[in-house]
Design a protein around this ligand. Structure first.
Ligand code: 0L1
Ligand code: MG
Length: 260
């Protein structure tokens, strides 16, 4: 018999976020926390954020690339929520004083022009719903010590979501080959990693289809105007105070974040 509930898990994770405190895996204390229940925790956590004034602006995928899956030791992609409070305006440093142990990762980002509802969404239908494509950085900040978690833990924790920033250039999806779109990740001017869009499920539109179909199973559609982060192309990197981390894409241009 456990005294853990969905409500208690939400309270614990939100308290860790607010007090900048990491902690152990919830699954250590609540081994019966399965994936379906973890998504219920994630949705309940979103409801608390919405009740406190935040607005849903889209969804993110996580663990869609081998680089991320190998680093985290989990080979299943996942979905989570994006809210307006997670938007980091271009040029604003990562707010380290509000976060626990932020890392940043480059991503290909979609903005939808049309509604997308699974099941049965293919990469081709998914791409036809995309209005524009951006380069982006996600700032992740796990509420677990050392980013150490099992799949239900990270799903419950809204996939380590914290902030995200979009590059300044909007590209129509028909104007680039997203599988071949290359990204160079630089920390303080030194290239530390590189990838192409194919790193994300073979093509970022496959990731978008995956999100539409996974959310469709829960009766949720992706709405026009929503932002979709398709998942880290490379492993995430720490960003030191004052340090610049940039991702330079072939067609999408460059996006930069600075450590706060
Ligand atoms: O984009 C991503 O793959 C983020 C995954 C979230 C889990 C994590 O790396 O903390
Ligand atoms: Mg990410």
């Amino acid at each position: 018999m456990t005294d853990w509930t969905i409500d208690r898990a939400v309270t614990e994770l939100l308290d860790r976020e607010a007090s900048r405190r990491d902690g152990g895996r919830i699954t250590e204390q609540w081994p019966a926390l399965d994936l379906a229940t973890a998504y219920e925790v994630q949705d309940a956590l979103l409801r608390r954020k919405v009740d406190s004034g935040e607005t849903v602006v889209g969804v993110k995928l996580g663990l869609t690339s081998k680089a991320k899956q190998d680093r985290m030791g989990i080979d299943s992609p996942l979905t989570a929520w994006l809210t307006d409070a997670m938007v980091l305006p271009a040029g604003v440093p990562v707010p380290a004083e509000e976060l626990i142990h932020p890392r940043v990762e480059p991503e290909i980002v979609f903005v939808l022009g049309e509604r997308l509802a699974g099941p049965g969404v293919t990469a081709a239908t998914a791409l036809s719903a995309v209005r524009s494509v951006y380069a982006g950085f996600e700032v992740i900040d796990s509420r677990y010590t050392d980013f150490s978690f099992a799949l239900p833990d990270v799903v419950a924790d809204n996939a380590s979501s914290s902030r995200f920033v979009l590059g300044g250039k909007s590209v129509s999806p028909g104007d680039l080959d997203l599988a071949l779109e290359a990204c160079l990740l630089r920390v303080g001017g030194t290239v530390v990693a590189s990838a192409t869009g194919a790193a994300v499920q073979g093509h970022p539109a496959e990731a978008l289809a995956l999100a539409a179909n996974a959310l469709g199973k829960r009766g949720i559609a992706l709405e026009p105007g929503w932002i979709v982060l398709t998942g880290g192309l490379t492993d995430a990197v720490f960003v030191e105070p004052g340090q610049e981390v940039s991702a330079e894409f072939t067609t999408l241009g460059a996006v930069t974040v600075t450590g706060g």
